[in-house]
Design a binder for this molecule. Sequence first.
Ligand code: 26W
Length: 812
Amino acid sequence: MSKPDTQAFIDAIRQHLSYSLGVQPAQASLHDLFMAVGLATRNLMLDKLFLTEQRYAEQNAKRLCYLSMEFLVGRSLANNLYNLGIYDICRQAVQTLGMDFDELLEVELDAALGNGGLGRLAACFLDSLATLDMPGYGYGINYEYGLFKQDIIDGKQVEKPDHWLIRDTPWLIERRDYACFIPLYGRVVQTRDRAGKMLPTWIDWKVLVGVPHDMPIVGYNGNTVNYLRLYSAMSSDEFDMNLFNSGDYIKAVEQKISSENISKVLYPSDQVRVGKELRLIQEYFFVACAVRDVIRIHREKYQDLNNLADKVAFQLNDTHPALAIAELMRTLTDEYDFSWKKAWEMTVSMCGYTNHTLLPEALEKWSVALLEHVLPRHLQIIYEINHRFLQQVANQYPSDIGRLQRMSIIEEGDDKQVRMANLAIIGSHSINGVAAIHSELVKTNLVPDFYEFFPERFNNKTNGVTPRRWLLNANPQLASLLTETIGEQWITDLSQLSALEVVSEDSAFQDCFLRIKRANKQRLATLIAEEIRVILNPDALFDIQIKRLHEYKRQLLNAMHIIHQYLSIVEDGVMLPHPKVYIFAGKAAPGYFMAKLIINLINNIADIVNHDPRVKGMLSVIFMRDYKVSLAEKIIPAADLSEQISTAGMEASGTGNMKFSMNGALTIGTLDGANVEIREEVGAENIYIFGLTVADIEKMQRIGTYKSWDYYHHNPLIRRVMDAINSDRFCPRESGLFKPIFDAIMFNDRYYHLADLDAYIQTQAQVLTDFGSKPYWAKKAILNVARMGKFSSDRTIKEYAQAVWGIETAKK
Ligand code: 26W
């Protein structure tokens, strides 16, 4: 399949305008043109997809199914064009047709089918799998509404629906031919088969239909195209035949509608479980679809399932897909007559589980009563898994009741719960965390009993990000400079960036590097001037914190420092050695009161600081609304300083930290998540680490020595900041608005803000001093880029492929 030339691409666009979309080229809107360009691009990908499938089939390749509730893909057009190697051809074609290419790219809506880190990681992994020519497929839900859109009104977050499928997308192909039936509810009765063997039989269920929608995923160089298979829930006409038969037509149709709600909307909370029946059904629905799909494909090729575990691996992206374990057991034993022992062996060898958080409020549990109602047969199977497992534990640790209670899948109590992490651990041959420090904490703090029992199952896979989207695509100027300097190999082998080390002090190279950074800052400043009507100085230090709003991520610590800096200028007459711009963006879960109040505080600080003539030209604060992947791509290349300041031990990895460093920002951060490994790679002199360590915090917890009031009383600067928050200084029109923040910090601060504030202020001062010396700063920034090789998701995927999935590169 050769690349099209510009004329061929123009012809393809015209064809699609006329015959796929039915619009006359002269009357086409920008969106029509986007669709036509997308469809022309998609055709090229489909040709490659067919060839890829053929190649995998010929090689009898083992396949990976990445099961994830979230895939935060963002936009696809530019990425697909880069990976196909036709970006410039397409740009020319579009311009020849008289349209502005950059405007065209801006028409595409983000596929916001995820909340944050976990969903974006899944999207980076798909890019790496295809780039490495590995048979890896995503399985998830085709949400009709993605993550809500965020507006800011009077400083407050307001959520709006993200009906992203209201406009057509060129990237999803409906596959009704692969639709499947998914039973729900009903009850289990004991029957006997012809030989008289007891057979538990699930009856009286209702049925959903899962309809796959495939998004082709093209790797860099365009050799391999895999797909992300997203399921929509539809009702079956047989949903409840009884209702139709009894003549209650309206009720029957209503029920059809309610089953179509299953894939309606992404739950917008990360890090807190919701416990809703609809969410449980979502989790079951997509893994049940995935298991059926895998079995259908396998049987078509191999007729029976005996070698299924040699040909398929499942990775569970957190516990959300953990019901796959019970569904595999149910399918293999109830439907295909495998013995329990054989089915269990197969299930455990197929499944791997990745943990993404240690926060107790994020650990999934489902009430036994709810599971019994929705999935009665699966509950029985979970009990059986638990029973057999606890017997093993009891054999090894006779009469250790406490241990049995902790390791049981079932949490006893008035409202019995199923612990999904325990199910995922017992049913997987591999359990991993997402950064070295996090994987250690999984073993020592989260599930020490399981680590003791299955030490060989536990491992680490430090996260990574795809350099195609986050460097090549997001920062084309820097990418070109890199390619001119060291060749283009870095795009698929990020460790090649180390060749930049030798030019880190070269003044000509530094000049180019700094010029590109300034141009990126200028571009972001222009966007901010248009959207927020605040003018920024592109020579100021751009200090940026963009991520979900969460107390543990401590946007509030950043805000406290800004207040401190502002007050020291206006009250103490301090002058900053260098002007500073603070940029925030991020969404709060709609029900998360404190996170929303912190957004409000940041916006109010921005309003006051940006209008105060005493700090004009020295201090600006910006909160950008509606953070999403496509906005991150504009912000990250413009950063001088990356804020990664979570309370030590609480951020599993972070991936934004990697994107920033890769784009030449320095990090200010705590020894948490992947920051620890970033420091190892870039060297302690090229990162600003401050604050308490995990060990410090554990000690303070043990002896209860963190007392906010001590910091308040002993440090007048801290007191001034806290009093400002408590007063109406930042809420003149809403008296007392931020009192709950003051109270949370002073009476119940789980996140050690004040214990780290002083160190943070000191470190920020050092940053500002260092920024003043351009060659000194440029060298550090260049070395950050040069030493990011480890943090390519290609490296992460190779590790999973080798150690967990047993899949291989399937080249031509
Ligand atoms: C059940 C509600 C819920 C939903 C989502 C609980 C927890 C989650 C995710 C596990 C939260 C998440 O996105 N975790 C992030 O995963 C990233 C990818 O591994 C890490 O880089 C982040 O540190 C981690 O917070």
